[in-house]
Ligand binder design. Structure first.
Ligand code: PBG
Ligand code: ZN
Length: 340
């Protein structure tokens, strides 16, 4: 009774006092389950088949299409700042390169295979991921081989995509990441990697939950991969399809994926969380896609918010949802902004 005047009610008020846990920058950082570090970032790079290219992509602020002759000097300062990993995309610009089968995707003289070899030689510590798809190389711009009626021929597409993945891995890619969304491609790629005796040194990262929508526009400008007719709605997932995404994630885990990716990221944080839940024992990657990046830039330019603050908030939210790998066009800036 003598202390009653100064004590507070334990059942109510004490549990309501939270500020004590995060008044300091350090204790605020302790509130995160995962700390953002440089090693979580994969930087997408667009490599063309013209040596001297260094073309700014207007819809993707600050990002370039780069020729092989530009690659080393472009990457050098980033590697010095702590860049650990890139995701390579091939951009065939020379006339006559595209055909119905995407034959140029695994051309040994083509930009991706040449870039893998160059980066392996000049930056031996770099972890090289390659996007695996046909849309950059097909005359029709779709992510596989088509039937006469314009729909995907799944079997032919999977056969071809898995050949391309193996070609990239054999050229020295540490990670192959199929983004085409054909059914059964993860299993097909894993089996071919095993046949070739390189499954043990190739990470298979599946773009498992890849949604169709309006956020890939700037990328298609950069990669020259917009479909010439129709859209990708019959192979990329419908934005409201949470259950379908969960099924795709479970399927790809069962087919042998080493890493599961969710894409886009910011509008699909529930899916990232589902992926972490379904894939408790796998690393989860998220791709903050071109449209997300360009939106943040546009809003910052319009005075809505500060670019750096928005980039941190978006990226830390992706981590909070469950990802520990982030494919991001902000990578060079985070190398400046982060200490580790
Ligand atoms: C190719 C591919 C795309 C992206 C990654 N791989 C485009 C698409 O599917 O249309 C999008 C990346 C981005 O928007 O930044 N299949
Ligand atoms: Zn594609």
């Amino acid at each position: 009774a003598s202390t009653a005047a100064t004590s507070v009610s334990i059942s109510g008020d004490i549990g309501s006092q939270l500020h004590g846990g995060y008044f300091h920058p350090l204790s605020r950082s302790w509130q995160a389950e995962r700390q953002l570090t440089k090693s979580m970032f994969i930087y997408p790079i667009f490599v063309t088949d013209r040596d001297d290219d260094m073309n700014l992509v207007p819809s993707l602020p600050g990002q370039y299409q780069l020729g092989l002759g530009r690659l080393v000097s472009f990457l050098e300062p980033l590697v010095r700042k702590g860049l650990r990993s890139v995701m390579l995309f091939g951009v065939p610009i020379r006339a006559g390169t595209k055909d119905a089968l995407g034959s140029a995707a695994d051309d040994p003289e083509g930009p991706v295979i040449q870039a893998i070899r160059l980066i392996r030689r000049r930056f031996p510590q770099m972890y090289i991921c390659t996007d695996v798809c046909l849309c950059e190389y097909t005359s029709h711009g779709h992510c596989g081989i088509l039937r006469d009626d314009g729909s995907l021929n799944n079997q032919l597409s999977v056969d071809r995509i898995s050949d391309v993945a193996v070609a990239y891995a054999k050229a020295g890619a540490h990670c192959v990441a199929p983004s085409d969304m054909n059914d059964g491609r993860i299993r097909a790629i894993k089996l071919k990697l095993m046949e070739e005796g390189i499954a043990h040194k190739t990470t298979l990262m599946s773009y498992s939950a890849k949604f169709s929508g309006c956020l890939y526009g700037p990328f298609r400008d950069a990669a020259g991969s917009a479909p010439s007719f129709g859209d990708r709605k019959c192979y990329q997932l419908p934005p409201s399809g949470r259950g379908l995404a969960r099924r795709a994630i479970v399927r790809d885990i069962n087919e042998g994926a080493d890493v599961i990716m969710v894409k886009p990221a910011g509008q699909y944080l529930d899916i990232i969380s589902d992926a972490k839940d379904l894939g408790k024992d796998l690393p989860i990657a998220a791709y903050q896609v071109s449209g997300e990046y360009s939106m943040i830039h546009a809003a910052a330019k319009a005075g809505v918010f500060d670019l750096k603050a928005a980039a941190f908030e978006a990226t830390e939210s992706i981590l909070r949802a469950g990802a520990t790998i982030v494919v991001s066009y902000f990578t060079p800036q985070f190398l400046d902004w982060l200490e580790n």
